[in-house]
Ligand binder design. Structure first.
Ligand code: SAM
Length: 296
């Protein structure tokens, strides 16, 4: 089975019709634009000149298969295997969560809030490596460390680091295992000095929210990256802010991405723990999603 047309215009119409029942027009436009760029090297600026382009049966089958898999719920980013994150091309697959636009906003907050001389940066729960790699690209003199529990995610982040030639040190660690995590932090701080910037986008969705979530997230993205126990939604925020406090430099800052429903509770937690200048921020959708706290 494939599409009936073999010219760009005709294929575009069939592509749109096939995805119409499941996706919005803006999603379909994005899928079309990015598929042409990714599979055939046709950029948006080439598009006007490519209207008469004829697609081979294999090329048309490729698009047809993509449409079928999208209709079955596979995330587009996993199907094309890459995304752009804060200007960096990153490989993405089912080994790690797909980086989200609000995480780019968190990176932007950090980038705009610190001078380039920052020495030590730690990204806890580093997943695909998106945050650490973006920070390493910006703060070129800094030692950047990413800590992650999942071996698969670690592997992907290392592949990204090699492909981008960005020297992030990704290591395996469990932030919920207090003793081993503290030892890991001690060892790193003894080697390079205290952390100037610590950032984390930890798992933060209560398990009870599963019922409200889209199947393309539940069926394809790693559970370990998403969920926390219903009875303790602040688990990661508490563990991270407790463990990291002694290892932050005097002017050090801790940044979190948060569930919008818990941002106020996390803010209070940070204040109770003795953090100073605790600030929260909204994302571009107007949801309170990010926090910054300083040691002094
Ligand atoms: C929400 S994802 C964020 C990934 C990436 N930083 C991003 O922004 O796209 C959370 C990450 O935490 C990792 N994780 C879950 N439990 C962990 C633990 N106990 N210790 C360290 N990392 C953990 C997951 O494997 C996942 O990669």
């Amino acid at each position: 089975m494939s599409f009936k047309n073999n010219d760009l215009k005709g294929l575009q119409i069939e592509f749109k019709e096939a995805l119409g029942p499941r996706f919005s027009l803006s999603e379909i436009r994005l899928f079309w634009r990015e598929s042409l760029r990714h599979f055939f090297g046709i950029t948006p600026s080439d598009l006007m000149l490519s209207q008469d382009r004829i697609f081979s049966p294999d090329e048309s089958t490729l698009l047809f298969q993509l449409v079928n898999r999208l209709n079955l719920g596979e995330p587009f980013q996993y199907l094309i295997g890459e995304i752009e994150f804060y200007g960096l091309p990153l490989k993405v697959d089912q080994r790690a969560l797909i980086p989200r636009p609000e995480t780019e906003e968190l990176v932007d907050w950090i980038v705009n809030g610190h001078h380039l001389e920052v020495s030590n940066i730690l990204d806890i729960c580093s997943g695909s490596g998106c945050i650490s790699l973006a920070l390493s690209h910006h703060f070129q003199k800094a030692n950047v460390l990413g800590v992650e529990y999942s071996k698969e995610a670690l592997e992907l982040s290392e592949e990204n680091s090699m492909a981008l030639k960005l020297p992030v040190n990704f290591i395996e660690g469990d932030v919920l295992e207090e003793t081993s995590f503290n030892n890991l932090l001690k060892e790193q701080v003894n080697k390079n000095g205290a952390f100037d910037i610590v950032v984390s986008n930890p798992p933060y969705i209560p398990i009870q929210d599963k019922a409200k979530m889209e199947s393309n997230v539940l069926d394809y993205e790693p559970e370990l990256a998403l969920f926390v126990p219903d009875e303790d939604p602040l688990l990661f925020y508490r563990k991270i802010s407790e463990s990291i406090f002694p290892f932050l430099s005097t002017n050090g800052a801790l940044y979190f991405e948060c569930h919008y429903l818990y941002v106020e509770e996390v803010r209070e937690l940070l204040v109770q723990m003795g953090y100073q200048h605790v600030e929260k921020r909204q994302d571009l959708q107007g949801k309170w999603r990010m926090l910054k706290a300083q040691k002094s």
